[in-house]
Design a protein around this ligand. Sequence first.
Ligand SMILES: Nc1nc2c(c(=O)[nH]1)N[C@H]1C(S)=C(S)[C@@H](COP(=O)(O)O)O[C@H]1N2
Ligand SMILES: [Mo]
Length: 424
Amino acid sequence: MPLPVPAGRRHEAEYDRRRLRQWLAGEARADGVTRRRLLTLLAATAAGSALGTVRPAHAADRTIVKPLPPEWFIERGTNAETRWEALSGTGHHTPNELFFVRNHTATPVLDADDWRLRLWGSGLRGAPGEDRPVEFGYDDLRKLPAVTRTAFVECTGNGRSYYTTQQGETVAGTPWTLGAIGVARWRGVRLADVLRRAGLSHGAVDIQPRGLDAEYVSGGENLGRVRRPLPLAKALDDVLLAYEMNGERLPYDHGHPVRVLVPSWIGIASIKWVGDIEVSAQPLFSPWNTTFYRLFGPAYPEGGSAPLTRQVTKSAFELASGATFEAGRRHVLHGRSWSGAGAVARVDVSTDGGTTWRPAHLRDKPSSGTWTRWSLGWNPGTPGPTHLLARATDTTGRTQPDIAVPNTQGYLFDGVVRHPVSVV
Ligand SMILES: Nc1nc2c(c(=O)[nH]1)N[C@H]1C(S)=C(S)[C@@H](COP(=O)(O)O)O[C@H]1N2
Ligand SMILES: [Mo]
């Protein structure tokens, strides 16, 4: 039996863990102590074990906490894209270790025990003219009725690089291929339940969750903390405050202790590390529904489109770019297709660069808010390079076009992607 730890020491051990996590997040001073020494200490704590195999030389500069082995991820600045070939053989849900990360700055390492969610603003009932904030702790949320749902989180810029490589357009932003999406089983509470408990007024129209990560500086301008308004109708419909991902405590990089999860909508709506939610009787704006996440370009009005909401339809093969296939043998191609408008109920695949098409075999019951896995047998004949193409159609009748309508920030690419492979 382990010896009982004196209360004073237990306390200090807990504080030490927190202090070390703060150091990792750049929030503690460590004058006169080497980085190596602190990493050794960190590795000995519970926080350390959750970090896995942090590469010591880079640990203090890293913006993502979890390991990013190059066979699973393509690192893109503060972000990490999942490699599609790494999803081969995984189930319907993306394992947490493989889930892409999109960080405006860096993952803050937060402690659920210290965390509070503050709801405030003119859309809450209170004495007239009085701003009446309401707070919930982590345990308060865990005591509310829990719900579980499978949903993707996908970056609005997923597939952005194909505007350039397939269409010759110049677009601004992270040049994702198709790996800025993941599907997880999220568990948490309905945002509607929390809003009602906080005392939602009849006049409320918008809510605005805000992250606890650092303020975002873009082009020399401090835009403040990451935040984006959400119409009340969506907030009350199917939005969750999630504290679990695939049966595990929410990982640091994905919003620990609590994130917003807005099914079918663009990834930016699903605010991670949520610290407060403004509930407003007036419509709200932030840079993330004005400058960003509207469509600008020749096909759109001068001031841009309306703020973006749902994702578009896309397909991807569980293959590396340039994968090789032996001629004269039967192979099975696997892939996944998804849409923000409805379930994907039909996928057509071409193995000859788009000349002929065959329907793929669906491996999931089509369901909205998530992808449908599919497969197709292929017996390639002549050696040489070719392109594999997949075109999905969702239950609302949307089919992926050959060409996506361009916009300056390269959002919502829905064109059919030409995946290069070679037959050997
Ligand atoms: N607080 C906060 N929330 C955030 C972000 C962020 O940088 N800070 N990035 C957003 C964007 S653009 C996307 S695509 C998703 C990515 O979620 P993930 O990192 O869990 O995959 O989180 C969103 N929520
Ligand atoms: Mo995103």
